[in-house]
Design a protein around this ligand. Structure first.
Ligand SMILES: Cc1cc2nc3c(=O)[nH]c(=O)nc-3n(C[C@H](O)[C@H](O)[C@H](O)COP(=O)(O)OP(=O)(O)OC[C@H]3O[C@@H](n4cnc5c(N)ncnc54)[C@H](O)[C@@H]3O)c2cc1C
Ligand SMILES: *[C@@H]1O[C@H](CO)[C@@H](O)[C@H](O)[C@H]1NC(C)=O
Ligand SMILES: *[C@@H]1O[C@H](CO)[C@@H](O)[C@H](O)[C@H]1NC(C)=O
Ligand SMILES: *[C@@H]1O[C@H](CO)[C@@H](O)[C@H](O)[C@H]1NC(C)=O
Ligand SMILES: *[C@@H]1O[C@H](CO)[C@@H](O)[C@H](O)[C@H]1NC(C)=O
Ligand SMILES: *[C@@H]1O[C@H](CO)[C@@H](O)[C@H](O)[C@H]1NC(C)=O
Ligand SMILES: *[C@@H]1O[C@H](CO)[C@@H](O)[C@H](O)[C@H]1NC(C)=O
Ligand SMILES: *[C@@H]1O[C@H](CO)[C@@H](O)[C@H](O)[C@H]1NC(C)=O
Ligand SMILES: *[C@@H]1O[C@H](CO)[C@@H](O)[C@H](O)[C@H]1NC(C)=O
Ligand SMILES: *[C@@H]1O[C@H](CO)[C@@H](O)[C@H](O)[C@H]1NC(C)=O
Ligand SMILES: *[C@@H]1O[C@H](CO)[C@@H](O)[C@H](O)[C@H]1NC(C)=O
Ligand SMILES: CC(=O)N[C@H]1CO[C@H](CO)[C@@H](O)[C@@H]1O
Length: 605
């Protein structure tokens, strides 16, 4: 161990004064006289839930490590509407950029990841979507463990959730089925805090074009298809994150220590298991920067890796767990040859399609971008009363949709979704012009079309053996003919949706640069998609779960890293397929079950 003993002695003295402080900002301050049973790396939904649940037992000491700072008191984190101010290139972002994307005309795009207590749940856009029952039943089939099926996981969603009425206390009847939601969990969720002029047009389209776009009272029932009111991880007008719900409320537990501003740089080994012969992992090496002192923390039971779908494979590979040819090319000794670590990266590409609205409809959120007086008034309303536009995240409706079953593509391509209840593409209805540069005049709505059951697979690889170097991120967006086909169909479908009569006199036509796209020409639509697609920030699958005897997967159905002892992964990396939804709810649910599996000491394989 490379430990700085002088610093430790000083820390011990400091700790005598700060006996109740459990949020440390420097590894030198962490008590050295405590044995941790579990060290958890990364405080997103995966790591926060596991650390919180394991430390419910006062005899279990848990250390939660987080590379980023605390989220407490950061206005842009608390105010839902300000979420997009947290990226790119802020203190709370890892500031990643992808490698050039062939499917995006060679563009390299920003790849935001949360770098803060709460992880990406502290900077995300808060959509709360549980995914479809087929997504979970496919996880059960692929892993051979029925415990990952919808029926088995559904109770965990209720355990997580606390439904809180919207801030204006309007009657939510017809907007959500409260019966299927939890009312006592740590994480607040709600529906529709702030009304938008387009709301009734969206709902009326579900009557006018109900065969194609049926209304769905609650997309979190396991049957998400259709158009419905969006639920969000907010309560009382504030963001609800993994930190605000699972960690900060339990920071007074003497057996839970949280260390922020500290990067795990390597998993530490302590020989081999004397029965199975597999390498045993029993600690982590950490540092605050590439030039600061290195510390080590031991875990007597397990190291739990929850660094997210980009950093979990990075840390595995830095520690010798990964494709051996890739590791040896960087001079890293292979400890376990795992060809799939970092492979199979799956993410959702999204395209914002803008439509102009009539001059009479001049109260869209475009005003907030142009009028700082209005912006400040609304922010003041949030500060004074927790009311108004700032309590929302900019959209009130989501649609989960599939191509028609008689679409000619199904003659040659296989349905990539998990099954008939799972979406192939998504609509997200934004109020205002949502894109990097908004026009100075005019009023808009934006329908984001998102490919939620993509077939493209990318990778995370190491650029070097230095843990402070960014890994190489290749989401391989729109890299298959089916993916571009479905995206093209989704963009046309959005135009069809807006052709319903209810939009007459509201939507006047395609807006902004999108006005130049000829929807009748495949080439024109494809060029638009490739020029505009971005990540909607849902990377998954880089340390996939699979059956006990399947050598193509990284973790087993208990989420233990195959071929090791003492090492588990609990985060979005383990999903064998990307869920056809915004994935945070799925991460929370996986982590809740993982905590139970750990507490029970289950050994499935
Ligand atoms: C901008 C944005 C918007 C999104 N919008 C939505 C949405 O609306 N709805 C939804 O459902 N999902 C959304 N997501 C996705 C969702 O937030 C993630 O799927 C989820 O947070 C993943 O959880 P995780 O625990 O796997 O990883 P993360 O939440 O990414 O957490 C990983 C944590 O590990 C830390 N870490 C990484 N490496 C190390 C290391 N070496 N040492 C110590 N700590 C480390 C990171 O700093 C981070 O805090 C969004 C994500 C982003 C970035
Ligand atoms: C991201 O960039 C911002 C702005 O340059 C910087 O302050 C921050 O430290 C960077 N984040 C990381 C993880 O390096
Ligand atoms: C983030 O900052 C870096 C360094 O200044 C810059 O190269 C990069 O383009 C920025 N990324 C984005 C998405 O703005
Ligand atoms: C909410 O609306 C529904 C349907 O219109 C009605 O049955 C119910 O009584 C209302 N609830 C309250 C609290 O007003
Ligand atoms: C939507 O339909 C309702 C009921 O049919 C009607 O009262 C309302 O005016 C319609 N709204 C719009 C915007 O078309
Ligand atoms: C959730 O809402 C409850 C009740 O309104 C509130 O007491 C609690 O502080 C909220 N929790 C979080 C994490 O915001
Ligand atoms: C193997 O190691 C365990 C402790 O990890 C020990 O209790 C046991 O006696 C050892 N068995 C053998 C055969 O050495
Ligand atoms: C951590 O474990 C290593 C290897 O098992 C051991 O050498 C070291 O003394 C331990 N450190 C502490 C602080 O317990
Ligand atoms: C900006 O907003 C303020 C406050 O709502 C309003 O009084 C003012 O007229 C707006 N300015 C313009 C140019 O629309
Ligand atoms: C997928 O990406 C690879 C690597 O960039 C490229 O060679 C290939 O042509 C792409 N395929 C499609 C169908 O986009
Ligand atoms: C893996 O195990 C399953 C049963 O659990 C068996 O059907 C399958 O043949 C095994 N596969 C391999 C490659 O051993
Ligand atoms: C499910 C899946 O796509 N698995 C793949 C993950 O990556 C490895 C290595 O490229 C493949 O062998 C698996 O088929």
């Amino acid at each position: 161990m490379r430990k700085n003993l002088a610093i430790f002695a000083f820390a011990l003295a400091a700790n005598l004064e700060l006996t109740s402080a459990a949020l440390f900002t420097n590894p030198a301050d962490v008590p050295t006289n405590k044995q941790y049973q579990y060290v958890v790396v990364g405080a997103g939904p995966g790591g926060s839930v596991v650390a919180s649940r394991l430390s419910e037992d006062p005899h279990t000491n848990v250390l939660l490590l987080e590379a980023g700072p605390s989220d407490e008191g950061v206005l842009q984190i608390e105010v839902p509407y300000l979420a997009l101010e947290l990226q790119p290139n802020t203190t709370y972002d890892w500031n990643y950029t992808t490698v050039p994307q062939t499917g995006l005309g060679g563009r390299a795009i920003a790849y935001t990841r949360g770098h803060v207590l709460g992880g990406s749940s502290s900077i995300n856009i808060m959509a709360w979507t549980r995914s479809s029952l087929d997504d979970f039943n496919r996880y059960a089939a692929v892993s051979g463990d029925d415990g990952w099926s919808w029926d088995a996981i559904e109770p965990y969603f209720k355990k997580i959730e606390h439904f809180v009425p919207p801030v204006d206390h309007h009657n939510t009847s017809g907007q959500i089925d409260i019966q299927i939601h939890g009312t006592r969990g740590p994480l607040n969720i709600t529906v529709n805090n702030t009304p938008y002029p387009m709301d009734s047009h969206v709902i009326n389209t579900t009557q006018e074009l109900g065969d194609e776009y049926p209304f769905n009272i609650d997309m979190n029932s396991g049957h998400p298809l259709g158009i419905g009111w969006a639920q969000s991880a907010t309560g009382n007008g504030m963001r609800s994150s993994a930190s605000s719900s699972y960690i900060r409320p339990v920071l007074s537990r003497p057996n839970l220590d949280v260390l922020v501003n500290t990067v795990a740089t390597k998993l530490l080994r302590s020989g081999h298991d004397n029965v199975t012969g597999v390498p045993v992992f029993s600690g982590v090496e950490v540092a605050q920067s590439s030039t600061s002192p290195v510390f080590a923390f031991n875990a007597t039971k397990e190291v739990i890796l929850s660094a997210g779908a980009v950093n979990t494979p990075q840390l595995l590979m830095l520690s010798g767990i990964g494709p051996s040819s890739h590791l040896s090319s960087l001079g890293i000794e292979t400890v376990v040859d795992h060809p799939s670590v970092g492979q199979n990266l799956s993410d959702h590409p999204g395209v914002g399609n803008q439509y102009s609205v009539a001059a009479a409809q001049d109260d869209t959120d475009d005003n907030l971008v142009r009028n700082s007086t209005l912006f400040n008034e609304l922010l003041q309303e949030w500060k004074d009363k927790r009311l108004g536009t700032m309590t929302g995240n900019g959209f009130n409706h989501i649609g989960w949709l599939r191509l028609p079953t008689d679409d000619p593509i199904w003659k040659t391509a296989q349905d990539p979704s998990a099954g008939p209840t799972a979406a192939q593409y998504e609509f997200l209805f934004d109020d205002g012009y949502v894109a990097a540069t908004a026009p100075p005049t005019g009023y808009f709505i934006t329908v984001d079309t998102v490919l939620v059951s993509p077939t493209s697979r990318g990778s995370i690889t190491l650029a070097s053996a230095n843990p402070f170097d960014s890994p190489l991120i290749d989401p391989a967006f729109l890299n298959t003919t089916l993916d571009i086909y479905v995206m093209r169909a989704a963009i046309r479908s959005a135009a069809h949706f807006l052709s319903a009569k209810t939009w007459d006199g509201f939507v006047t036509g395609q807006g902004g640069d999108f006005a130049n796209v000829d929807l009748d020409l495949d080439e024109s639509v494809d060029a638009w998609a490739r020029a505009r697609a971005m990540t909607v920030w849902h990377p998954t699958g880089t340390a996939q779960m699979g059956k006990c005897n399947d050598t193509g997967s990284v973790v087993d159905p208990d989420l233990r890293v195959k071929g090791t002892k003492g090492l588990r992964v609990v985060d979005a990396s383990v999903f064998p397929y990307i869920p056809a939804s915004h994935p945070q709810a799925v991460v929370y649910a996986f982590a809740e079950r993982a905590a139970d599996l750990i507490k029970d000491g289950r050994r499935y394989c």
